[in-house]
Design a protein around this ligand. Structure first.
Ligand code: C5P
Length: 414
């Protein structure tokens, strides 16, 4: 996978810069043509001579001093892959903001090749919301992030932020070039809360922001899947994802049933209204008419219908937003709706569920395995959900529940 590929190895100014030498050596050993680019900061930590000696070409450092008059576009245009190891908080911020102040940031903007960033920094910096927000932006744009390890850091500190091992970095480069572990899969994700009209201007809605569904769609696309997102919200679409906008439960039902028929993976992350007004008033209901008599009827349970019609080999994932008996309630939904996996969250906990940028979940598989994921960004939760989906699909023995009668259950909307 790496043999014959032109790989730009970006090295930024962190103490872990010395480890880029090992990454470079392994890429060259795997047959890649490696062009190192160092930032001014990197040179405080690593001599360019070392990297030049091991790479396929000498280190490039400047926008202005190289033999080529336009190194800022040439490098990026010709690359098959760009990997930044280590990536400092500054590099992540500049890349997320689209700043092009040096050769490396210019190269990042002038490429259509896959990009792998390998952050390394002190724990306080790694956990800072500014750094995590920048990573979320980059992930949404399709950038591959190799998360740092926990361990010994510079200055004797211990914690998260240590550069991932050269093995992991090289494996991530190979996976990014490969098209990703979900290449060839059709994935359908729903996101946001449905809105059920009362009259021409008013709706019954819920607090869902759609952020978790968007993060799952972005992560699936980054892993190589062809992703369609059925969404009720107006967020910018993740890179490479096709968006279908819907508003009501009925519209979402139609879109999901149509798209799920030939999907490999369906993730129902939307918060669907369980009830809708039976009649929609024509025009705007006037205040002086008094309070409108709103009679509600159940909406279709989309997920239960998808479970009942599930094609062989499809992996069906549901969500369960709960406030009590989280695991027991979610297990009931998993069984009744014929799911392969349910993602349960306790939305009464701080930082969990609707509208937050973070979430904490319990992943319950049809086979009975239960995994908990502590509070993390919705992007990281998305990674855990899709890791589990990949494991389920890799394990051909995973039980696919047999669809029976469609469930009549109408629980609280998540
Ligand atoms: O039963 P409950 O509504 O709690 O189940 C939540 C799961 O079911 C979520 O995945 C949600 O998207 C889905 N759902 C649905 N149609 C409904 C209600 C919920 O697909 N009418």
């Amino acid at each position: 996978m790496l043999a014959g590929k032109r790989i730009v190895l970006g090295v930024t100014g962190g103490i872990a810069a010395y480890k880029s030498v090992e990454v470079c050596r392994r890429l060259v050993d795997a047959g890649a043509h490696v062009i190192p680019v160092m930032t001014a900061g990197a040179e405080h930590f690593l001599g360019a001579t070392t990297l030049s000696a091991l790479a396929s070409e000498p280190v490039q450092r400047s926008l202005w001093n190289e033999a080529s008059p336009i190194p800022h576009t040439r490098l990026g245009q010709q690359a098959d892959l760009i990997v930044i190891a280590p990536a400092t908080a500054r590099l992540l911020a500049a890349y997320a903001a689209g700043l092009s102040t040096d050769l490396l940031t210019n190269t990042l903007l002038a490429t259509r090749a896959p990009v792998v960033v390998c952050p390394a920094m002190h724990t306080e910096m790694w956990e800072h919301p500014a750094v995590q927000d920048n990573l979320a932006v980059l992930r949404r744009r399709g950038v591959h992030v190799v998360e740092p390890d926990s361990g010994r850091l510079a200055g004797g500190d211990v914690g998260a932020g240590r550069l991932a091992s050269p093995e992991r970095i090289v494996a991530a480069c190979a996976a990014a070039l490969d098209g990703g572990p979900m290449a060839g899969w059709r994935v359908v994700v729903s996101a946001g809360g449905t809105r059920e009209p009362i009259d021409a201007v008013r709706v019954i809605a819920n607090r869902s922001s759609g952020k978790q569904g968007y993060a799952i769609a972005a992560e699936a696309a980054r892993r190589g899947a062809a992703v369609t997102l059925v969404s009720t919200v107006d967020l910018p679409g993740p890179a490479g994802v096709t968006i279908e906008r819907v508003e009501t439960a009925a519209q979402m039902h139609e879109a999901m049933a149509r798209l799920a028929a030939d999907a490999d993976v369906v993730v129902m992350a939307a918060a669907v209204a369980d009830f809708r007004p039976v009649a929609v008033a024509a025009g705007k209901w006037k205040k002086d008419q008094g309070a409108p008599p709103i009679v509600l009827e159940p909406t279709p349970d989309i997920l239960a219908a998808l479970g009942a019609a599930k094609p062989a080999g499809q992996t069906l994932v549901g969500f369960a937003a709960e406030t009590d008996d989280v695991v027991a309630n979610a297990e009931g939904k998993l069984r009744r709706k014929h799911l392969d996996l349910i993602v349960a969250n306790d939305v009464s906990r701080p930082g969990v569920g609707f509208q937050h940028d973070t979430n904490a979940v319990t992943l319950i598989r049809a086979g009975g395995r239960v995994d908990t994921v502590a509070l993390a960004t919705k992007e990281r939760i998305a990674g855990c959900v899709l890791d589990t989906v990949c494991e389920l699909r890799a394990d051909s023995s995973h039980p696919t529940p047999t669809p029976a009668e469609p469930s009549a259950e109408q629980g609280a909307s998540s």
